[in-house]
Design a protein around this ligand. Structure first.
Ligand code: B1M
Length: 212
């Protein structure tokens, strides 16, 4: 994992105001938006996670780095989203109850929009009841659940069960750092995606096979 790039370093150091210009430099140098995310930004957040694990930094530093990452995504989002064509499918996405991490979830939402999916983002700390209510209201083809904490994985299970019990025909895709394919099978989700790129393939695959 290379963290030497100035943009990666700016994210790690939380230099939020420098980030948009550094992203622009990458764009001007011909880097694709997806590559900027995967090769410049994500390694910065991985490094932050490692430093947090080693107690070299604490929550405020993590938060400041996360804000810098969001600044970068603001610049990149229009490039990641395909323009003009009317979405054929609808998805709903949220981070499960008790969990406030939203960078990965936002990335998945952006990539889904980029794949011409109409995305309704419920935000973070979404209760099972709120997922059920939103599914009834918006009738999505796919619901995406994100969890970044091992302690919020049970909330993911609760959300899947609540959606199933409501009788909705929607498919459910789950993801997030502690989540696995095996866990997806265990809680009855229709799919698991390890990253935002595969979340697109997974959602489109399920939507094409969806009867909703
Ligand atoms: Co938190 N945090 N955090 N944190 N944080 C982690 C997750 C942690 C691994 C750090 C560590 O210890 N190394 C650890 C979790 C340990 C565990 O449970 N296994 C942790 C902890 C412990 C905590 C707190 C409990 C700390 C505390 O208060 N003591 C606390 C919990 C708060 C809460 O949620 N209730 C907390 C708080 C925070 C901040 C608020 C400071 C901040 C979040 C800001 C925000 O999101 N707006 C934060 C951050 C930034 C992190 C790290 C450093 C970075 C997370 C991130 O954004 N990664 C993280 C360490 C790490 O991940 N290395 C850490 C970049 C992002 C692009 O990746 O979200 O994994 P990720 O998303 C990927 C894939 O997972 C996947 O695609 C994405 C892109 O490829 N994916 C999906 C995600 N959702 C998907 C959904 C899908 C499909 C794929 O389908 C629907």
């Amino acid at each position: 994992m290379n963290i030497d790039h100035p943009l990666t370093q700016a994210v790690i150091a939380g230099r939020r105001r420098d980030v948009p210009a550094l992203v622009q430099q990458c764009i001007d140098a011909g880097e694709a938006a997806g590559d900027i995310v995967e090769k410049r930004l994500v390694p910065g957040m991985m490094e932050i996670g490692e430093r947090f694990k080693r107690s070299e930094i604490f929550v405020p530093e993590m938060l400041i780095a996360a804000r810098s990452m969001k600044e970068a995504l603001k610049v990149l989002e229009p490039m990641l989203v395909a323009a003009g064509v009317r979405p054929e499918h609808r998805a709903l996405i949220g981070t499960v109850e008790g969990d406030l991490h939203d960078i990965g979830k936002n990335l998945v939402a952006t990539m889904w929009k980029g794949a011409n999916i109409d995305v309704i983002d419920l935000g973070v700390n979404v209760t099972p009841a709120k997922f059920v209510e939103a599914v009834a209201q918006h009738k999505p083809d796919v619901v995406g659940l994100s969890a970044l904490l091992t302690t919020t994985m049970p909330a993911m299970r609760d959300a899947v069960h609540a959606i199933r019990e409501s009788g909705a025909k929607t498919r459910v895709v789950i993801g997030g750092a502690p989540v696995t394919q095996e866990f997806a099978r265990e809680i009855g989700a229709d799919g698991y995606a390890p990253d935002a790129g595969s979340a697109v393939d997974m959602a489109l695959g399920l939507m094409r096979g969806s009867s909703n």
